[in-house]
Design a protein around this ligand. Structure first.
Ligand code: EPU
Length: 423
């Protein structure tokens, strides 16, 4: 069997501009959320990634008319039908769990396969389930591969999340928009993608207050109409290009960013000593690389802290530092599957997945054959490949295509020696 690989001949300096797409982690929640609308919905600014295509095809499985044209999606739910979704599409991505909340909200009933996604260690959905139950749903988990969720009636409830969870906050919000009375989610996630989903639902006529704070209040409404909605820029894609620019950019302008959303990364890059200029009015960042940086410590946290999704992409910059850096991963302690691959490239890096920590020492990288175990590990290996001497071949690139719009083309345009091959 053949598979596509990404090949990079490292050592080039990149120059030019790149424009960031709409946020993957908003899009993958807002697409399922469209099934709650009774009118027509038009989404704009979608990233062109395989996760979007998979979710659109799940909408079609519910007899929804969904037309995806590049960055826009038009959805018409007038002939929607409830259908079981226990299939391999559901298992191919994590965010399919948002079909649970949305279908529960719309039909009070769904049968759906268990979510997959990047292997980052255990990724339970107990808080989602706890929320659905509090709203009045009963869950049948007797089947190993799918779940049946059903409610006679959905009613408002006070739900205190045991941990801050983006997925649980959004999923409960989706299920609660039609519940009778008020739902309050305490210890809610404050990530910009949560705010984006709340804004989208409010554009349909939902009544959600407090998005972006740790207390979310959802007053149930009977009907939701259609709307046109623009997805926010992807702060993780932006952050990835900021790291690329700091690694190999002679001068790179990154357009379509929300400076506030990338603030934790910007501050960390400045601490490293990166030459970075943020133009808030023009919503862009201009970054020039330096040959050497200062060592820094990084601890991943929920928003507005340093995003776990940028922990892997920033790692190659730490090889350019003049001393050892220490990384603590508090969200997914096992999110270190890039480490062995980097070692193949000659990196001086060690991780402990029990404690969720890694020590990264100054290193010179050489091209090697490496495997992208997950989406952000893939981004990390691309940056390492751009820095390395010689050719790096990245296998398992389907993970990268799940989350980055046209990354190979963008990098080629910036001057990278990068191409794909069937092997
Ligand atoms: N958790 C539980 N129980 C739950 C839910 C979460 O124990 O019911 C734990 C998780 O295992 C994790 C922590 O709580 O340790 C936070 O998980 P969260 O629910 O916030 O993560 P998620 O919603 O599954 C989203 C993004 C991830 C991103 C995390 C953290 C999507 C589709 N995924 O995942 O994005 O890392 O939030 O910000 O929105 C990525 O884009 O590469 C990616 C993995």
């Amino acid at each position: 069997m053949t598979q596509e690989v990404i090949k990079i001949r490292g050592g080039q300096t990149l120059k030019g501009e790149v424009t960031i797409s709409g946020a993957k982690n908003s899009a993958v929640a807002i697409i399922p959320a469209t099934l709650l609308a009774q009118g027509q919905v038009k989404l704009d600014g979608l990233p062109q990634i395989s996760d979007v295509e998979t979710l659109v095809s799940l909408l079609e499985d519910l007899n929804i008319k969904a037309q995806l044209n590049g960055k826009t999606l038009e959805v018409d739910t007038s002939e929607i039908q409830n259908a079981p979704l226990p299939n391999n599409k559901v298992e191919s991505l994590r965010a399919s769990y948002y079909m649970m909340g949305a279908m529960l909200g719309r039909f009070k009933k769904c049968v759906i396969g268990l979510p997959g996604g990047c292997p980052l260690g255990p990724r339970p959905i107990d808080q989602h389930i706890k929320g659905f139950k509090a709203l009045g749903a009963e869950i049948d988990e007797s089947n190993d591969t799918s779940m049946k969720i059903e409610a006679k009636e959905l009613h408002g409830a006070n739900i205190f999340l045991d941990m801050v969870s983006v997925g649980a906050t959004i999923n409960i919000m989706l299920a609660a928009v039609h519940a009778k009375g008020q739902t309050v989610i305490e210890n809610a996630a404050k990530e910009p993608e949560v705010v984006d989903v709340a804004n989208f639902l409010n554009s349909l006529g939902a009544n959600i207050k407090g998005a972006g704070t740790s207390t979310l209040k959802i007053n149930g409404v009977k009907d939701l109409h259609g709307s046109e909605y623009q997805i926010i820029p992807d702060r993780i894609e932006a952050g990835t290009y900021m790291c690329i620019a700091a690694a190999v950019g002679e001068e790179i302008t990154i357009n379509n960013i929300v400076p506030k959303h990338v603030e934790a990364l910007t501050v960390k890059l400045k601490e490293l000593g990166v030459d970075i200029e943020i133009d808030g009015d023009a919503e862009k960042a201009i970054i020039k690389r330096k040959p050497m940086y200062k060592n820094v410590d990084i601890k991943t946290l929920v928003y507005p802290g340093f995003a776990t999704d940028l922990q892997q992409p920033i790692t190659p910059l730490l090889f350019m530092a003049d001393g050892p850096s220490f990384v603590t991963e508090t969200i997914y302690p096992a999110r270190f599957r890039h480490v062995d691959e980097l070692k193949h490239m000659g990196a001086n890096i060690d991780a402990d997945m029990q404690t969720g920590t890694a020590t990264i020492k100054p290193s010179t990288l050489n091209g090697a054959d490496v495997y992208a175990s997950d989406l952000r590990a893939g981004a990390c290996l691309i940056i390492a490949g751009l820095l390395a001497e010689g050719i790096t071949t990245i296998y398992n690139v389907r993970h990268i295509y799940r989350g980055y719009t046209d990354i190979v083309t963008h990098l080629k345009t910036l001057g990278a020696d990068i191409w794909t091959e069937e092997v």
